[in-house]
Design a protein around this ligand. Structure first.
Ligand code: IMP
Length: 200
């Protein structure tokens, strides 16, 4: 189906910016849910995919346009995947990611028990595309890396200053954002979305 307008079903300015950059090559108009005053539904799903579908379909129904939602998070191996689905919630109502990153570091150190800390972590992104009259499609991406401490860099958003992707010296918070956008979990989910040619 041809899409004229695509609503990004997110109120997270960092995500909207990254998704808008990924959509820049396309000719449709891109607007954010906040610009349309659409309130985000509660994230009651038990997987990233379920939450992405919930947000995309809510936004499609409220706007009448195609909607793209992202549900993503940081999974820390030694913390059994936490904060995971609760990545945004660990930062509290004030979106205090310095506090959330400190909590991860504290919990990680508590797992050490005199041994070397397992610092592996990964980001996950589920993208859901809800087009009026069509079945919602979901695409997932992932990037593996390690957590660094202290945090490094002031670019990006959320947990970027502590996440160093595998094979790189810089954290996402230090990296040129064009470089991050080309390799992130969101970029890899997006690549799968484009391969499905949903708006061809
Ligand atoms: P939600 O998908 O809106 O529930 O929020 C996901 C949370 O995961 C965000 O608020 C960020 O804290 C974190 N997150 C997701 N993607 C990234 C990223 O690319 N960099 C840093 N943090 C991220």
């Amino acid at each position: 189906m041809a899409i004229n307008t695509l609503v990004i079903a997110s109120h997270n300015a960092g995500k909207v910016k990254e998704i808008a950059a990924l959509l820049a090559p396309f000719s449709f108009e891109v607007i954010s849910a906040s610009a349309l005053n659409i309130i985000e539904p509660e994230e009651t799903g038990s997987t990233f995919a379920q939450n992405a579908v919930l947000k995309a379909e809510h936004c499609r129904d409220a706007s009448g346009h195609a909607a793209l939602a992202d549900d993503s998070g940081l999974e820390v191996t030694a913390l059994n995947g936490d904060p995971g689905l609760y990545s945004a919630r660990w930062a509290g109502p004030d979106h205090d990611f310095a506090m959330a990153m400190q909590r991860i570091e504290d919990e990680l150190n508590a797992t050490a028990k005199g041994e070397i800390v397992d610092r592996r972590a990964n980001f996950i992104c589920a993208l859901a595309l809800a087009i009026p009259g069509e079945k919602t499609q979901v695409f997932e991406g992932r990037i593996d890396g390690a957590l660094v401490w202290p945090m490094r860099g002031t670019r990006g958003f959320g947990y970027d200053p502590v996440f160093q992707p595998l094979g790189f010296e810089e954290t996402f918070g230090q990296m040129d954002q064009t470089k991050k956008h080309a390799m992130s979990h969101r970029a890899s989910a997006f690549e799968k979305l484009l391969a499905a040619k949903p708006w061809a």
